[in-house]
Design a protein around this ligand. Sequence first.
Ligand SMILES: [Zn+2]
Length: 356
Amino acid sequence: MTQLKPGVVTGEDYKTLVAAAKAGGYALPAVNVTGTNTLNAVLEAAAVAKSDVIIQLSNGGAQFYAGQGMPDGFQAKVLGAVAAAQHAHLLAEQYGICVVMHTDHANKKLIPWVEAMLSEGEKFYEKTGKPLFSSHMLDLSEETIDFNLSECARILERMSKMGMSLEIELGVTGGEEDGVGSDVDESADNSKLYTQPEDVLQAYDKLTPIGHFSVAASFGNVHGVYKPGNVKLRPEILRNSQALVEERHGTGHNPLNLVFHGGSGSEKEKITEAVGYGVFKMNIDTDTQFAFSQPVGSFVEANSRAFKYQIDPDDGTPYKKLYDPRKYLRAAETGIVTRLQEACEDLGSKGKSVAG
Ligand SMILES: [Zn+2]
């Protein structure tokens, strides 16, 4: 049985974790965090579910982590990500589960962000023998496939020296995560909504000799902005991509490491089907945002006077215990912990942590 040391996993351990998920027929939830409250809540959720977990930051999330008031926005995006990774390196082990540290969608404009994080990662690697992040993502799906793959190859070259993995995107999964892919509307034709297996094969051919990578393919998944039913989920596209690579290269079953973006609101059968085709990671950003905010709304509603007065002007009741930010932030954290139990169940990762 696979067993890894709890904490942030990188390099060979990361590959082992991905392989264990695929072999075990489950996927890991990948949750976007924006600060210590959301990050700690994800660690707690994973510990409760006895599931390993992927923690990721968008560039906007990383900037928020550093502080929205930091004068240099680009530096904030870099240092916020570094701070989150260091936080996880310090604390994750205590939660007794394996944690993948990852950054989310980076389009062409954000290549310098990824490169700056790699510079920080290289410094960290010098000191500790580990990279800061397990993986980064480059989303160049809006560019030509040649540009997409040659840039991915260039960045992966640098990353694989530290044992890092790269997530790439093929096809356009329309959505509004930091404005990437937001120009795709409901009338987009199928070749834009559905990745072609030939493109996946091309990526496999180009990147496999360089290092470890994973592919976000579009199979009708959208980033939470469509009403269910507008675009049909076709997980068979994933199966066809796996089959093409397997046949062309004589590999074993499910050679590709696939990730599922924009999965919020997907039917459980489609998730299970996609996981069966080699999906080891599913992004669930939108749902966890609501799970964090909803309990705050309820708390404020139930204790509305504590959010207007320190001491009630009518009867002198002191409200310190209720407006203490820890009260409503803890409610928010608990919302994430609860929501992620469901996610781990849907993805089959509950009880499957390989941390020993
Ligand atoms: Zn995506």
